[in-house]
Design a protein around this ligand. Sequence first.
Ligand SMILES: [Zn+2]
Length: 86
Amino acid sequence: MAEMEMNLKCSSCGSDQFEYPEEAKADDTVKCTGCGATARYGDLQAQAEEEAMKLVTSALDKSFGDLARKHPPGNRSGVSITYKKG
Ligand SMILES: [Zn+2]
């Protein structure tokens, strides 16, 4: 039922076509249709998640980096904000 969108890529031949059970579990074997290399589904899943995290992290880094360049911290251009208590 759950559709897994994973960008798998064979490290041996670079193919992105894999054979695996419809409801693959972590200890099921995934087979590359390009060269026949096999890997554990759980390992690939962890790898894919790691890659996804890296992408997200670098995308965040990029946009926060842009923000930091546009609005450098400590840039006091004559504007000051004071908070009053009460
Ligand atoms: Zn392969």
